[in-house]
Design a protein around this ligand. Sequence first.
Ligand SMILES: [Zn+2]
Length: 881
Amino acid sequence: MRTDTGKVFHLEDYKPTDFLIPETHLDFTLDPERTIVKSKLIVERRAGVGADAPLILDGDGLKLVDIRIDGAPLGDNAYMASPERLEIRGLPENGRFTLEITTEINPTLNRQLTGLYRSSGVYCTQCEAEGFRRITYFLDRPDLLSVYTVRIEAARSEAPVLLSNGNPKDKGALTDGRHFAVWHDPHPKPAYLFALVAGDLGVITDSFTTASGRHVDLGIYVEHGKEARALYAMDALKRSMKWDEEAFGREYDLDIFNVVAVSDFNMGAMENKGLNVFNDKYVLADPETATDADYAGIEAVIAHEYFHNWTGNRITCRDWFQLCLKEGLTVYRDHEFSADMRSRPVKRIAEVKALKAHQFPEDAGPLAHPVRPRQFREINNFYTSTVYEKGSEVVRMIRTILGPDLFRKGMDLYFERHDGDAATIEDFIKVFEDASGEDLSQFGLWYDQAGTPNLAVTYDYDQATKTFEIEIEQSLKPTPGQASKKPMHIPIKFGLLGAKGRELKPRSAKGGLVDGDVIHLRKRKERFTLSGIAERPVPSLLRGFSAPVTMTSELTRTDLIFLARNDGDEVNRWQALTELLNSKLTSNAKRIRGGKPATIESSSIKLLGEIAANVALDEAFRALCLSVPSESDIARELGANIDPDAILASRDALIKTVAEANEEKFTQIYEQLADDGPFQPDAASAGRRALRNVLLDYLSVAEADPKRAVAQFNGADNMSDRAAALHVLVQRFSGSDATSQALKAFEDRFGNDALVMDKWFIVQAMQPGVGALQRVERLMKHKLFSLDNPNRARALIGAFSSGNQTGFNRADGNGYVFFAETILTIEKKNPQLAARLLTAMRSWRSFEPVRREHAREALANIAKVGGLSADVRDIVERTLA
Ligand SMILES: [Zn+2]
């Protein structure tokens, strides 16, 4: 474990390395406890670097066995080796030499799951961000590119499959039942993209022919017996490869592409060149075990990692401050892919929901940081929603500002100019400036200023001159380390709706820049005057959620209802409805906390009934509209003095009123959707299931009877319907026989499949109320549960702390006490996972005073522990700051 040293890394301290390593030859002799790694590096001193400059290599917990230069062993005083560092002095005059290093590592003891470790008997690696230095001493940084040749040797009985990056070059039998394989990757890459997998695995194979005719062998490796569950991932992979050729002109560049699913994995998946390693959650699916959300997740993550081959691997990051260069861009690419595969507006709404649920609270709390941070203590803590999701929004805004053609021209230039580079955000912005002739320097602030801008909008219509004025003022609150902010360039897509919902097109615009349907806000406060508007319009701003901002406007309830019914932009239609519901849900939460009953207007009730029955809208969209904002959505809207019990009561009151008023209509739609033929995982079928399942919740509440959910649970032919019914039973009928029987039936059926049982842990961890804590403690003793496995820990501890507002944020603070203890237990083995889970407490200051004090105390109890990992120390101190 890397203990915190207090060292902070700064972007402005970047310096290129003194040495290059054009070639890296690795030789692994695999053994569960004593793996020998022989590394042979061709090293070159960079021109202009003094002959006395030492070579300093990174390590992490390493044991040096042997070291040689140009074949000769080094004397003791020629080098200094510690587990964290290897420094060599007195290097050959000519500055080019071969350095051979032998280290010994123990993959079985490695529970941090970075470097080389064993998961269910399979050797696998995870090197991003700084895991390669846990395998061998190296210049472990993204700007050091090297061509890798890897030889792997293992007992054939233990590891019949031997995989690494690139193309296979050689393989064969050795004595004593051992065998070997040699892989060569011709593309220079940074160490974080190195991968090795060895074990006894099943495989499905297929092939793909690229646009220029290159034949590529495809393989997906999984646990034996689970091969059929990888077929959907294979299908998604082939669609991704084709899409990247069509949408971005990018072809695959090796003869082979492999994916391996492992069950112990800290992240979602990893884009190692030619050998992607996946959390099995993002590979395995069949109707029996996977929900529609799982299918969509697999499609998105398979695409994401594949797309990294160009945005991340061929063009990598100069340093970790530029992480968003590969992540934000690749998330944008996978979002576009999913939008093309599925319904574009539905996909966009899902993205907006996720951004608001995860990134907005990050921006509003103590962990706020720019899309490109300028300093960090532990890079593992910057794999955040800001870097990924907001990073993607920034790329989307470039496209909105330039339009699709210039955006594509800029992307083409990026690939042409920077192929083989370790690039920066400045390089990325420059290609779009060069492709378009636009000055994007003000836009660049999106990478450097943290926080979510707010737009305050006012309108004025002048009947006499037929002009409509929009005045917008942007503001951005201070965030840690950034007291004052500059105005940003914010692209605001808009439309104006006339009385019957007809689009009114302005004849011309004065004041700030309006280009087609985009308002370009560039000053702190700016006025846009649109002429030729025949009637007073209802404005629809921020269409398609064209910028990651919040907005306060003068729109009335009547305007919002009008937009929810008529806006041609489905994202804004959903947004208008959400705003209506949010204002009711927040005001009721305050009323309930003040001892008053909730009130619900008939207009909202009617509107929801109308949307449910509107067959002109697709089912997935209707399902999204009918999904009442979550408890954490309501908490975010309230912003301060949060009482989770009042929020839950407010939400339940709305659902109950809507359900009772629309019971007949909802029953009819639910029953019409019941007969959908055999299971299909496509987006349209998934949409029908989503609508039916959201109606199941309303109906169960209206009927105050579990029988409908029980019938759906027992009759389901797929996991989406089964899991949705179980969710309704647990949430609405806790403690009932029906619920206990369903939980038992689920366990009987899937009790041998840990991945599926995660759903069972999650649903129980999220059951609201004070009983949750005891239940979670009991479930931790379940035979399938282990804090060592990140998926299990996330299913129970993660779902409880970030998904159960009332059960976790208890007024007596016991949820926090338990959580702090559990974090410290997890940290001892897997600090990265512990730190990630701990971010669930980032919004602690927004609670009402009693809970706030309990939360502060729990955080302080973590902070006072000596010898904390860098990961947890960094998060806890920033959270408390
Ligand atoms: Zn990624």
